[in-house]
Design a protein around this ligand. Structure first.
Ligand code: SIN
Ligand code: FE2
Length: 217
């Protein structure tokens, strides 16, 4: 496709790239909603602040996290889990904005997973140097639903591996507006993010924001 045909890059079409059976990148999927998504993240963070959680092993994560929806993902000395209460405030997590839900449903459907109704959105904030080591998303009650990820702000390299930690990982550059969906046979693939390089983004400034949508219960 010839992108020069589109004088406004924001209106360039969504294209999809199959990573493996069950996993797909949707380029530019959320590009037009980037501004609204970032404003919604700011509003959420006023009630549930970004925090760098501790791992069960006692290390401080480089990525700062918050969340919205019925459940939030938590890591501390006692392990990883979902909770309906934000331990920082003792209150429920902020509601999931309708725009989040609508985009998550639509991305899942485009990747072949109809009927996705996420009840949690983990919001990750990466400053330059922050990284996420290879892991599986496996704290959810069932793996029948996909994971939907939306990336905003500074670019990053997403690592997408196999079902074993030692499997070779693909390196996938993710830009502002890109979505990744993995489910079905790909649901438990290891994934992570290489240390993010500083490259200030016009809307997000010095950070990368990633939203991952999950169906927890
Ligand atoms: C995650 O695995 O929770 C986030 C992935 C990403 O930041 O792209
Ligand atoms: Fe993950």
């Amino acid at each position: 496709m010839n992108l020069e045909l589109f004088d406004d890059f924001d209106t360039a079409p969504v294209t999809s790239e199959l990573l493996c059976d069950g996993a797909m990148v949707l380029r530019r999927f959320a590009l037009q909603d980037g501004k609204d998504l970032l404003a919604a993240v700011d509003a959420i963070a006023q009630h549930a602040a970004f925090r760098r959680m501790e791992t069960p092993g006692g290390l401080r994560m480089s990525v700062a996290m918050t969340g919205c929806g019925a459940y939030g993902w938590i890591s501390d000395r006692s392990g990883y889990r979902y909770d309906s209460v934000d331990p920082l405030t003792g209150l429920a997590w902020p509601r999931m904005p309708h725009l989040f839900l609508e985009l998550a449903r639509r991305a899942a459907a485009q990747a072949g997973f109809d009927g996705f109704e996420p009840d949690a959105c983990l919001i990750n904030r990466y400053e330059a140097g922050a990284r996420l080591s290879l892991h599986q998303d496996k704290d959810e009650r069932s793996f029948d639903h996909p994971i939907v990820s939306l990336s905003l702000g500074m670019p990053a390299v997403f690592l997408f591996g196999g079902l074993q930690r030692a499997d070779r990982a693909m390196r996938i550059p993710l830009m502002h507006g890109d979505a990744v969906v993995w489910g079905g046979p790909a649901r438990l693939r290891y994934h992570g993010v290489l240390p993010v390089k500083a490259s200030p983004h016009p809307l997000a400034g010095d950070c990368r924001i990633n939203l991952t949508f999950r169906k927890v219960t």
